[in-house]
Ligand binder design. Sequence first.
Ligand code: SIN
Length: 326
Amino acid sequence: MTKKLVFLGMGGTIAGTAASAADNVGYRAAQVGVDQLLQAIPTLGTALGCHELVSEQVAQVDSKDMAFTHWKALALRVCHHLAQADVSGLVITHGTDTIEETAFFLSQVVPTALLASKAVVLACAMRPASSMSPDGPRNVLDAVALACTEGAKGVMVVCAGTIHTAQHVQKIHPYRLDAFDSGDAGPIGYVEEGVVRLTYPWPKTEDVRRPITLEKMAQAAWPRVEIVTSYVGASGAIVRALCSAPQGSEGPLRGLVVAGTGNGTIHADLDVALREAQAMGVKVVRSTRCAWGQIVPPSVLGDGFSHFEGLSPVKARIALILELLA
Ligand code: SIN
């Protein structure tokens, strides 16, 4: 049986174009189709080896504008392809700005059985496809090497030769080619001349909680969950405005993630408003503004706000959405 490697295009800078090849900043993301992107990589055929290439444009979006509808469509296509016996793995081309959110989302909703022996690798670029020295082709080749590596499994992001798990990856730089970091955990590995070198074992797929089935998730109306930050002079104004806002198409506020200072601490005035929100039925979850580390109990135990261990505010928001959906 000929094995297939599936490429799903989502847009991003990797598919972006600028008027000048010298311009790595003033470009429009999500302009080039995934087929065209792949055709422009001369050594892709060699990297694929005996794999047949299958590609599909799921979305064409600047990832800052990624919406739940894109995620639903992507999750369903990922599951469809992973379920095929002749598919070895998946590569998703995606914008860097929210790639960590999409990766984490997929890691939470794609069934364990589908990820137990196959990898979903998200690839991206910091320079547009039109750049005189684009980084997209190298990143795609690294993603292919990773997805085709014996034993590869779970959801990962690869950028600048560095592999990150969906759980830990975070964009930490707005310009550098090596724009991602995995905090205290460190990267799970590197791709060097097409060879994967792991620093710790493949992501555990069986431990993920997966609070909701994919089918239910795809059909349900997603709850509105917002993020508020605690800072010097923070008041409760934003939280009260969110709670009393007239109900639009997003529906009523169902959850709040607070990006607290340090060990998840919250300005006293903001704290009062969060407790009011909680009394109104809004689920409040605590996180930290700190890029590294995670909230260390018991300093926050027993005060009514739970936290998702080690998740950044944007990932805690996804976890809370999925929990509320369930
Ligand atoms: C995007 O996230 O779609 C644009 C920025 C990027 O990919 O680097």
